[in-house]
Design a protein around this ligand. Structure first.
Ligand code: FAD
Length: 421
């Protein structure tokens, strides 16, 4: 039976005279972050990604954190001002679209595609294998073996499962730990800034803008366009509307246009027309006019089910869970990508500090990442519960951050490659 390995292993790695062979399962932001950092400390890394084509974003933005961009800055591979849009204010709108409060901020938003392609460019494409779905793992004190749906079996000293919210690694190693529905969903989408009325563009283009409802909230902020353009007026306006949805209504929303049943999200192009028509009608009826405008301009919005994922262990012998596979915070902390990148970086630092002894490096790595994951999940859960039930105050600072609220704020000078040594 291919399943999880022993809880602890003897330290058999001392005296190894070859590079550590690392199998990374999942080639998105967490997997690629692990791949580049581990490769740079001398590991022999191969990434196995289930998708048969290179990944494309879900059309949503990512708020940057120093952890998200550490690799690019440390290796001096990108001037982030060219791939990120500044968010200079947090503002709250009232029911008629009037500004109720404004707070100065220094957040930066980017897009999944931009970060993914930039990381991929830093890695060896011959070692990034598409169309490989991990389905089993077996291990002993000497090595781990991962089995793929293709029939391939790969041997490694370390297996990093960075395979996301529905992680196969988590199913195999920590069965019983499943996502817990939070009671609400996010409707999401983007619209080109060029399509906005001038006054709507003026209102939204330099800020992250919130509107609070008794039973939900909505927000919008600019993100780079699909081709990476960050010039104001040519970017995308990214919006989310978090709506409380009971189980029966959720089941209905998850049935796609073609009758297919989705679980964690319904991608753009697959949401049933009647649900989109209802969304547009509700937006016109319940939201400030600028929010109603951007939502009704979005012909193909998508749905993300909000759920908490929280493991009690991240290390299983020679295998570990990282990023969303281990902890998936609700989006309110804007920390999911940063946490995946931080897990990856800290893993490489632990292996380096333990001179390649995999079991002892993993033991040293786990407590800090467990604490970080728990803290971010809890902060995002508390914020979500208040935001969805009318208990958030106009003007309150939103809890963006990895280790603490507001550590995602970055001055422009920080984004220049020479800023980090
Ligand atoms: C295609 C894509 C687009 C995204 N777009 C956005 C966005 O626009 N905005 C945003 O905020 N977040 C987006 N995310 C989510 C975001 O990347 C994560 O929440 C966060 O960065 C943590 O990343 P992760 O690598 O841990 O997990 P994910 O990004 O979820 O990556 C998991 C990867 O593992 C692969 N995988 C799953 N199972 C297996 C298996 N058995 N074998 C091999 N590979 C497997 C998946 O195909 C996926 O590429 C996107 C994720 C993906 C995969």
């Amino acid at each position: 039976m291919w399943s999880g390995g022993p809880a602890s292993q003897p330290d058999t790695d001392a005296g190894r005279h070859r590079p550590i062979r690392v199998i990374v399962v999942g080639g998105s932001l967490g997997g690629l972050s692990a791949a580049v950092w581990l490769r740079d400390i001398g590991c022999d890394v191969v990434v196995f990604e289930r998708s048969s084509v290179l990944l494309e974003d879900r059309g949503a933005g990512i708020v940057l954190n120093p952890a998200t961009v550490r690799y690019f800055l440390t290796r001096k591979v990108a001037d982030l001002r060219r791939i990120a849009a500044p968010i200079r204010a947090l503002q709250y709108l009232g029911r008629d679209g009037e500004i109720l409060s404004t707070t100065t901020t220094s957040w930066w938003s980017s897009a999944y595609n931009v970060i993914y392609r930039s990381l991929l460019d830093c890695f060896d494409r011959a070692r990034y294998l598409l169309g490989e779905e991990a389905i089993g793992i077996e291990q002993d004190e000497h090595e781990a073996r991962v089995r793929f749906a293709s029939g391939r079996v790969e041997r490694g000293d370390l297996v990093v499962f960075a395979d996301g919210v529905n992680s196969a690694g988590r199913r195999l190693l920590a069965p019983g730990c499943t996502p817990a529905y939070a009671g609400y969903i996010a409707w999401r989408g983007t619209v080109s800034e060029e399509q906005l009325r001038p006054e709507t563009f003026d209102l939204f283009h330099a800020a992250i803008t919130y509107h609070l409802l008794d039973d939900g909230h909505t927000l919008a902020y600019p993100v780079p366009s699909r081709d990476g353009t960050v010039e104001p007026g040519r970017r995308l306006m990214n919006w989310l509307w978090y709506r409380n949805v009971d189980r029966p209504a959720l089941e209905d929303l998850l049935i796609g246009r073609d009758g297919r049943r989705f679980t964690a999200s319904v991608p753009a192009g697959f949401v049933a027309d009647r649900h989109i028509a209802r969304l547009h009608a509700d937006a016109r009826a319940a939201l400030p006019p600028p929010f109603a405008e951007i939502i009704t301009l979005t012909a193909e919005p998508f749905i993300e089910v909000i759920a908490d994922v929280e493991v009690s262990r991240m290390v299983f012998g020679r295998a570990c869970l990282l990023g969303d596979a281990a902890f998936r915070p609700r989006p309110h902390a804007a920390a999911g990508t940063a946490k995946a990148a931080e897990d990856a970086y800290q893993l490489a630092m632990a292996l380096k500090a333990h001179q390649g002894n995999v079991p002892s490096a993993l033991r040293a790595w786990e407590p800090g990442q467990l604490a970080l994951g728990r803290a971010v999940v809890e902060r995002a859960r508390q914020a979500g519960d208040r935001l969805q039930h009318g208990r958030w105050q106009v003007g309150e600072l939103v809890p963006f951050g990895l280790y603490k609220v507001s550590d995602s704020m970055m001055l422009e000078e920080y984004l220049v490659p020479s800023a980090v040594s």
